[in-house]
Design a protein around this ligand. Structure first.
Ligand SMILES: O=C(CO)[C@@H](O)[C@H](O)COP(=O)(O)O
Ligand SMILES: [Fe+2]
Length: 228
């Protein structure tokens, strides 16, 4: 699969979301960070705004739920128009049931891991998921420095995906930029969230294209992608 770039609207102007979606036309997905001020110490937006945004843009929405009780809320984001819904492993009471429910409602099901959460306990759950998100910062805020110490987890997760013969995507989120995207791609990521590195530039759509080309070059040279 080609590398995908998902700009995070956390770094956009929340009063002009439709225009900010248009500013990254050509992006694979729009990454929507939902924060509840309980699971993370920050508050952003909820179901009604996702519903409006999904009507305002053709770019599919990749909703990253940094909230408590995703078992209750995640299905509502599918109904609001999200094409992909990511819940956190640390917050879900019944991740298998939740992933099945998200899929049954017609969206891609994805699970996220905070930096201190290992992948290994979740190996048997991978076939239930369309994507795994490895956080490369502590969730809660945009503009933080990329955590290099997450690279071994990205590598181990890619190995597990290959060993099980799965088609699922591997997303990285946090501090992804022109300086760090190649390391992520070489380690095995194929979906890249970038907030400040996209919206902080003069031409966000051009930055998306540049990041995608950079990730694809790095992937082409990576051992894990041989034969893909
Ligand atoms: O989920 C989160 C933060 O918790 C991210 O999606 C950030 O919005 C990424 O922003 P940058 O680190 O790329 O600026
Ligand atoms: Fe995110």
């Amino acid at each position: 699969m080609a590398a995908q770039i998902n700009p995070s609207i956390l770094s956009a102007d929340f009063a002009r979301l439709a225009d900010e979606a248009e500013a990254v036309k050509g992006a694979d997905w729009l990454h929507v960070d939902v924060m509840d001020n309980h699971f993370v110490p920050n508050l952003t937006l909820g179901v009604p705004i996702v519903e409006s945004l999904s009507r305002a843009t053709d770019t599919p929405l990749d909703c990253h739920l940094m909230i408590e009780d995703p078992d209750r809320w995640a299905p509502q984001y599918v109904e609001a128009g999200a094409g992909s819904v990511t819940f956190h492993a640390e917050a879900a009471a019944a991740p298998v049931r939740l992933a099945r429910e998200i899929r049954a409602k017609g969206a891609r099901a994805s699970m996220a891991l905070k930096p201190a959460t290992p992948i290994e306990p979740y190996e048997d759950l991978l076939p239930e998921l369309d994507m795994l998100l490895i956080m490369t910062v502590e969730p809660g805020f945009g503009g933080q420095a990329f955590l290099d110490i997450m690279l071994p987890k990205i590598r181990r997760t890619r190995e597990l995906i290959s060993r099980h013969g799965l088609q699922m995507w591997l997303q990285v989120d946090g501090g992804v930029s022109a300086e760090t995207i190649e390391r992520c791609a070489e380690a095995g990521a194929d979906v890249f969230v970038a907030g400040s590195a996209v919206y902080g530039t003069e031409d966000p759509a051009a930055t998306v294209r540049a990041l995608r080309a950079q990730a694809e070059r790095a992937t082409a040279g990576a051992a894990w992608a041989c034969g893909h």
